[in-house]
Design a protein around this ligand. Structure first.
Ligand code: TRP
Length: 443
């Protein structure tokens, strides 16, 4: 026991941890999910509901996961048992299944992203929506899929097997600043597009109040919040298990959630002007994935050389955002294998990657299956979030108190979070979970 905690890795710096957590949170979910769901769910009504969920559910669960990870000093799969006994092993099991499921199709989508990136770099962009559709068919059918998927998994293997400091932390320290610079540049570029105003209006200022009572919009807001913040799955537990005792958990939860939400909003400020300037609003109603992989390339394809350059930047950015997320998903099973069986990081990473590749084959073969796995995994996240808030709020509230005191939180913050995690967050998540399951089964 002693020896294990001495050997366990630790982040090099506080900034390194924050960037890694932001790197996990900021991913394809922000770039494609947020804007798409907002366009489906009444624009501003969805955005407001989303922000409400982040504040009332997301931030307290962040703190709960951080406390659980740091206090147990072990990976998410084992943390619930270590904290609350064998009865909680089911939660650990959930933290094994959900990241494997998400990583399996995430790597496939990353393959498409890399494909379009190289397509814009080397060949050029399609000029009409139907050409873009054909290109996308070509990309996601047959063997081309597997090339991108394997490429992404091998890259992730290389990083994760490098360890916490030399792999994950280092990658995020390089990638996150680049990502923010490209993002900001693209937001400014998009603001000068002909119909930018129309795009903003549809994204943010079209307030359809009736959407707040629509179960699909409610499910979307909860799913999007959990998926985008990487919550309910054990990532933040695992990342926090490599933290030392000095970090202020609450402050970091607020910072990470704010940065993640900002990126979602900024992505919308890029995609909506493109969509409305090039008259593509019809195509986005078809599917989530189409928005990114059909609409955006065909919109930019109408814009000559500049459009091509923007496509290279946009898909490059998406790939950077995605790789920092994929490695966080992979780190959960990897750290569990290391903690449980004391095997070498290299071997644990290899086993995990091969398993994820096999699990991803159905998603690579069928986008419908991919969509189904995504929908189910999203509901599992909400379930995970409910169980974590219940565990921390009701079963081991002292752990929360101790961790917050260690972080130097004020009495007010401590009482606020204890109150939220006991009476507010679990109740709201349970409500979101019931509506989501109902909506999922209905669909
Ligand atoms: N948050 C990432 C995104 O928005 C994806 C991701 C990484 C994720 N880790 C996760 C989603 C854990 C759910 C749970 O794309």
């Amino acid at each position: 026991m002693e020896q294990q905690s001495i050997q366990r890795e630790e982040w090099n710096s506080k900034l390194g941890f924050i960037l890694a957590a932001v790197g996990s949170a900021v991913g394809l979910g922000n770039l494609w999910g947020f804007a798409y769901r907002s366009s489906q769910g009444g624009g501003a009504a969805f955005v407001l509901l989303y922000i409400f969920v982040v504040l009332v559910v997301g931030i307290p669960i962040f703190v709960a996961e951080f406390s659980l990870g740091r206090s147990t000093n072990t990976s998410a799969v084992l943390a619930p048992i270590k904290a609350a006994g064998k009865k909680w092993s089911a939660l650990g099991f959930l933290f094994l299944i959900a990241p494997l499921a998400i990583a399996s199709y995430y790597a496939v989508i990353m393959g498409w992203t890399a494909d379009i990136f190289f397509q814009s770099l080397i060949v050029g962009l399609p000029e009409t929506t139907s050409q873009a559709g054909e290109l996308f068919n070509l990309i996601h059918n047959g063997t081309r899929d597997f090339v991108g998927q394997i490429f992404s998994l091998v890259l992730a293997f290389y990083i994760v097997s490098g360890g916490i400091r030399r792999g994950i932390e280092k990658l995020n320290k390089i990638c996150m600043p680049i990502l923010f610079i490209i993002l900001l540049g693209l937001v400014i570029w998009a603001a000068f597009l002909g119909n930018a105003g129309e795009g903003y209006r549809n994204f943010l200022f079209n307030f359809d109040l009736s959407q707040l009572a629509n179960p699909t919009t409610i499910r979307n807001a909860f799913s999007q919040a959990f998926f985008s913040l990487s919550l309910g799955i054990g990532i933040m537990i695992t990342y926090a298990s490599y933290l030392n005792k000095k970090n202020d958990l609450t402050k970091q939860a607020v910072q990470i959630a704010s940065l993640d939400t900002a990126v979602g909003l900024m992505a919308g400020l890029i995609t909506f002007p493109i969509i409305f300037t090039f008259g593509l609003n019809e195509t986005i109603s078809n599917s989530t994935i189409a928005t990114l992989f059909i609409t955006i390339p065909s919109g930019l394809g109408q814009y000559g050389l500049i459009g091509r350059l923007v496509a290279i930047l946009f898909f490059g950015l998406a790939y950077i955002a995605a790789i920092t997320s994929l490695i966080s998903l992979i780190e959960i099973p990897v750290s569990a294998l290391i903690d449980k069986f004391k095997i070498k990081r290299n071997r644990a990473s290899g086993i995990t990657i091969i398993f994820i590749f096999l699990l991803g084959i159905p998603s690579a073969l069928s986008t419908d299956l991919l969509g189904d796995i995504d929908a189910i995994a999203n509901v599992l996240l909400i379930l995970g979030g409910f169980l974590v808030s219940f565990l921390i709020g009701w079963v081991i509230p002292k752990t929360l108190d101790k961790e917050l005191t260690n972080s130097g939180s004020s009495l007010l913050t401590r009482n606020y979070l204890k109150f939220m995690l006991k009476y507010v967050t679990p109740v709201l998540v349970a409500w979101g979970l019931i509506i989501s399951v109902y909506d999922l089964l209905k669909g």
